[in-house]
Design a protein around this ligand. Structure first.
Ligand code: HEM
Length: 485
């Protein structure tokens, strides 16, 4: 094998990588030692800002294959034919902790998929939970502040976590989910994924349908108990990363079956729940799951920093036939992600190999900025319209137009017949077996009992009572018993 020569960044051979150059033997360093200067300076710049949430994650490549005809509902080209395959990249993550946090913790998991379609990249940036804690994006920074490390103590504080929930009754559904059995997945392979929000599909005739996405794991759902998780997190902090990496290296390719719930757009206004409220699900009895296809992960990234840390998913990356619903949370996210990525990675992050389109090419008049690699040639104009056959608009909307009414203002989301903050939390509790309820109650009590202020405890207990009297009573008894200890 040909011997490789170590070089500087400019490609010049390096004479010595063990001893830096000095003025005489034992003297001070020489500024002419380019290799040393470059090496130290580059090392100082290895870190970039971590994601403000979902900092810790793992990624893998794979493909999506359509198994069922959904052309009646969407004109998206990558879903146009049974058997059609589209390359994709996924990133799974925990939410609250920093890049160095442990994997096996009680926390939602991110479930982000980038489909490299021939009509551009479609990013579906979801979680392993079908609902979320809040329903208005203006609450998101406060929510995250309350869940991440406290600015004074530098730790996650039960006081902050539960104080936020005390003032956010709409979180009761997701809190019930989080403290239940599914709150700590055994691995990324053993959890479902959800788009969580409602999205808008549009078919070739302009017909509009609201949809919710469900990725069901074909590995089976497996979770850890609080005790198991404490042990795994302590002994193997990278447990999820290791599991995903090694499974794919072994040729055991994890897969998920994608289903959608489909609501004709005309049914949205009178549905018993606000279909754009992220704290609610659509019961399957109302809108059954319909199979769409299968996602398989079969290739690990070659380099975690280049492909996983620099991966950029944005809920605003849609393709023809798929668009946003008026869900306020989703609308807020349409701004937040690309903005975060312009800060974290720079304006040209879309040109990085993991983020650039693969089945088509970006062709527009965006130019320049830090680290531009795709910037046009002498034949390309940088303005539009032009007389030089540059790219031009299609005049075709990606998705159907939705009607709106009323006045501008800071309105709460419209309430539908069954829209209270507790009914669905109670339904979830009532679905659980006695054993599941016991673990849920113990998990909540273990955390809530650590709160220092009685009024914050009381407010939270009131939410569980409102969800279901038995639920409230049991949590209250368990919390009181632990606080009296
Ligand atoms: C208004 C509410 C929300 C805001 C403002 C928000 C904001 C953000 C931001 C700024 C990032 C970091 C992006 C980056 O640096 O690349 C992020 C990551 C992420 N968020 Fe959200 N988020 C919100 C709600 C949600 C919800 C409801 C979900 C799931 C349904 C979700 C799933 C994710 C995932 C999976 C990631 C990590 C993506 C990746 O792997 O790179 N977020 N979020």
């Amino acid at each position: 094998m040909e011997k490789r020569v170590l070089t500087t960044e400019s490609g010049a051979p390096v004479a010595d990588n063990q001893n830096s150059a000095t003025a005489g033997i034992g003297g001070p360093l020489l500024i002419q030692d380019q290799h040393l200067l470059e090496k130290l300076a580059r090392f100082n710049r290895e870190r970039i800002p971590e994601r403000v949430v979902h900092a810790r994650g793992s990624g893998a490549y794979g493909h999506f294959e359509v198994t069922d005809d959904v052309t009646a509902y969407t004109k998206a080209a990558f879903l146009s034919e049974v058997g059609k395959r589209t390359e994709l990249f996924t990133r799974f993550s925990t939410v609250a902790d920093s890049l160095g946090g442990a994997d096996a913790v009680r926390d939602p998991r991110g479930f982000a998929v980038k489909f490299y379609t021939e009509e551009g990249n479609y990013d579906l940036v979801g979680n392993n939970t079908p609902v979320f804690f809040v329903k208005d994006p203006v609450k998101f920074p406060d929510f995250i502040h309350s869940q991440k490390r406290d600015p004074f103590t530098g730790r996650q504080e039960p006081d902050n976590v539960w104080d936020f929930w005390a003032h956010s009754p709409e979180a009761t559904h997701q809190v019930t989910w989080l403290f239940g059995d599914r709150g700590i997945p055994a691995s990324y392979r053993h959890m479902n994924g959800y788009g969580s929000h409602t999205y808008l599909w549009t078919n070739a005739e302009g017909g509009a349908f609201f949809v919710k996405y469900h990725f069901k794991t074909n590995q089976g759902v497996r979770c850890l108990s609080a005790e198991q998780a404490a042990e795994v997190a302590g002994t193997d902090p990278t447990s999820h990363q290791t599991d995903l990496l090694q499974a794919i290296e072994r040729g055991v390719h994890p897969s998920w079956t994608l289903y959608v719930q489909i609501m004709p757009a005309a049914e949205a206004a009178d549905y018993r729940f606000n279909p754009f409220d992220l704290t609610k699900v659509w019961p399957h009895a109302d809108y059954p799951l319909r199979r769409v296809g299968r996602m398989v992960l079969d290739r690990n990234p070659e380099n975690v920093f280049a492909e996983v840390e620099q991966a950029a998913f944005s809920p605003n990356n849609f393709v023809p036939g798929i668009g946003p619903s008026p869900d306020k949370m989703l609308q807020g996210r349409l701004f937040a992600y690309a903005d975060a990525q312009r800060y974290r990675l720079g304006v040209n992050h879309t040109q990085l190999p993991v983020n650039a389109p693969r089945a088509t090419a970006a062709d527009n008049y965006g130019r320049d900025g830090l680290m531009a690699t795709r910037n046009g040639s002498r034949h390309d104009r940088n303005y539009e319209p032009n007389s030089y056959a540059g790219p031009s608009q299609t005049g075709q909307a990606l998705s159907a137009a939705l009607a709106v009414s009323g006045r501008t203002g800071t309105h709460p989301a419209p309430a539908h017949v069954k829209d209270d903050d507790f009914f669905q939390a109670g339904e979830l509790y009532r679905l659980m077996t006695q054993e599941e309820r016991g673990r849920l109650v113990a998990n909540i009590a273990g955390s809530l009992s650590q709160v220092s202020r009685e009024d914050v405890v009381e407010r939270n207990l009131a939410h569980f009572h409102a969800a279901d009297p038995d639920y409230g009573r049991r949590v209250e008894e368990a919390v009181r018993a632990l606080r009296e200890d």
